[in-house]
Design a protein around this ligand. Structure first.
Ligand code: ZN
Length: 234
């Protein structure tokens, strides 16, 4: 069972949606997990079920593989962070050179909870959309960090866990290209229409790359990746 199923850390954003498609292409059974930690906006989390249902409807083979969805409440993470993601603060860089959207060690906590859940579900592969290329200095997105964590989880639960990060070495243009390779134009359309990566809850003003304020770091990165991908195709 361990090699036939995967648990995808799925936020409802672009990156984790591409990871979910990637996993559905590879594993006979795929479950998803999301974390509620007092995000400033609930739009991204609300999009999770919409994206799951759209993927299952557009791609029946993937729909047959798509298993349960789990949402874990990590409200304590909101209590110990004071950042733009959880408070109405401006997007700024901190003295350490990290964006103040940084929630220290967030991915370590996410994967640890995911592994505990996966253990109970008989799943040994965890999939996340972390990316070293665009990682903005987030040290918990680094490949070294996650390889080390996979070893710790395997030791600590006496079970061989693998952490798969299909986006680790590619940029945002590469993420659009991967989506295109996995699901073609219908998957691009689904990502544009349904996923939310903007740091604000802005869903007005459709851009070619989707919805969002167009100004925050996440929107700028997404737009830049779209433009680069479009330029590479022509
Ligand atoms: Zn935005």
């Amino acid at each position: 069972m361990s090699e036939k199923s995967a648990l995808v850390l799925f936020s409802g954003g672009q990156d984790s949606t591409v990871c979910l498609a990637w996993a559905l292409e590879r594993y006979p059974r795929v479950e998803t997990v999301g974390f509620n930690y007092g995000q400033r906006h609930a739009v991204e989390l609300a999009k999770r079920s919409v994206v799951r249902e759209a993927l299952a409807a557009v791609y029946p083979e993937w729909g047959a593989r798509l298993g349960e969805d789990h949402v874990l409440d990590l409200a304590t993470l909101g209590q110990i962070s004071d950042t733009a993601l959880t408070r109405n603060a401006a997007f700024e860089m901190t003295a350490a050179g990290l964006p103040n959207t940084f929630v220290p060690g967030r991915n370590l906590l996410f994967f640890t909870y995911a592994a505990a859940l996966a253990y109970r579900r008989g799943i040994r592969t965890l999939v996340g959309g972390m990316c070293e290329t665009d990682y903005s200095g987030y040290p918990d997105c680094r490949n070294d960090t996650l390889e080390s964590l996979a070893r710790s989880l395997s030791l600590g639960m006496d079970t061989p866990f693998a952490i798969e990060t299909p986006l680790m070495r590619i940029d945002k243009a590469g993420t659009w290209a991967m989506a295109d390779a996995l699901g073609g134009a219908p998957l691009i359309k689904l990502i544009v229409e349904h996923t939310h990566t903007c740091y604000t809850s802005d869903r007005t003003g459709g851009h070619p790359w989707g919805y969002g304020c167009g100004q925050c770091p996440a929107c700028r990165l997404r737009a830049k990746g779209w433009e680069k991908w479009q330029a590479a195709r022509t």
